[in-house]
Ligand binder design. Structure first.
Ligand SMILES: [Zn+2]
Length: 264
């Protein structure tokens, strides 16, 4: 599990951003909760975003009620793009629609990947997505003899938050739960209750391979902040020149630039 380095650029920026919102790192993400800490390091860029967005009050939501209350407080705006009705926080939607206009004026487009799920998700969506990776991976690792039937039965029966922490532990031994079983499940889907899509600050674009589309989105405050989740963009409401100052560092993967929390 990653160590939290309190003097790292990300933690410094995070403390400052949370203080402005009247909260603290321990409030959103308990010090002894390793899953929450991992989530903060992997998806935490949204917590240091601009003043025009509302980041979640916790790193890990644990119920649908808690998610609905937050989404209501943040406000959500719907728009129809293609044949999907997507929903985002107001500032995120405005910026996305602006980016789409610019793209279309250049003969390009920005469209949602996999319909409505490309933007806002609720708690149940994240549970369903978790199961779509967790259950097939259990079968695979049982079939190849890395997990016993008894282990698999026990894991299946655990409460969902305990499943997450045990999966992250198994992944340290090379037993991975992503769709292709080659990397951490957290680079494939978010742990239940943790997605930037729940925060309504994420959009999965079909056109993610187009460098010009990525440039247009970045100019409107949409950046890639979850390493190796290639179609996934996060609305930070900041310009690229501000990102270093928010404790984010650029990392290149698959020819794309990701701005991830600098926790080193
Ligand atoms: Zn996504």
């Amino acid at each position: 599990m990653p160590e939290a380095n309190p003097s790292s650029p990300f933690y410094q920026a995070l403390r400052q951003a949370l203080a402005q919102r009247g909260t603290s790192v321990s409030d959103i993400c308990p010090d002894d909760d390793q899953v929450a800490r991992r989530v903060l390091h992997d998806y935490g860029a949204m917590f240091v975003g601009g003043q025009n967005i509302l980041p979640p009050p916790v790193c890990v939501f644990t119920s649908e009620d808690q998610v609905s209350q937050f989404q209501q407080a943040a406000g959500r705006v719907a728009a129809t793009t293609g044949d999907a009705a997507i929903e985002l926080q107001p500032a995120a939607m405005q910026a996305l629609l602006r980016a789409r206009e610019i793209a279309r004026a250049e003969g390009l487009d920005i469209t949602p990947r996999d319909g409505a799920e490309a933007a806002r998700r609720d708690y149940a969506d994240t549970v369903r997505l978790w199961n779509s990776r967790f259950l097939p991976a259990l079968d695979h690792w049982k079939n190849v003899g890395r997990l016993t039937e008894a282990q698999v039965d026990r894991l299946r029966a655990l409460p969902i938050q305990s499943q997450v922490s045990e999966v992250l532990e198994l992944e340290t031994k090379g037993i991975f739960f992503s769709k292709d079983l080659s990397k951490s499940v957290l680079y494939s889907i978010a742990a239940p209750g943790t997605s930037q899509h729940i925060a309504m600050l994420a959009f999965d674009a079909n056109e993610f391979l187009d460098a010009r589309v990525r440039e247009i989105l970045a100019a409107e405050g949409w950046f890639q902040t979850v390493l190796s989740d290639l179609p996934h963009f996060t609305f930070l409401g900041l310009s690229e020149s501000e990102l270093h100052g928010r404790g984010l560092k650029p990392v290149e993967a698959n020819g794309q630039k990701f701005w991830i929390p600098d926790v080193g």
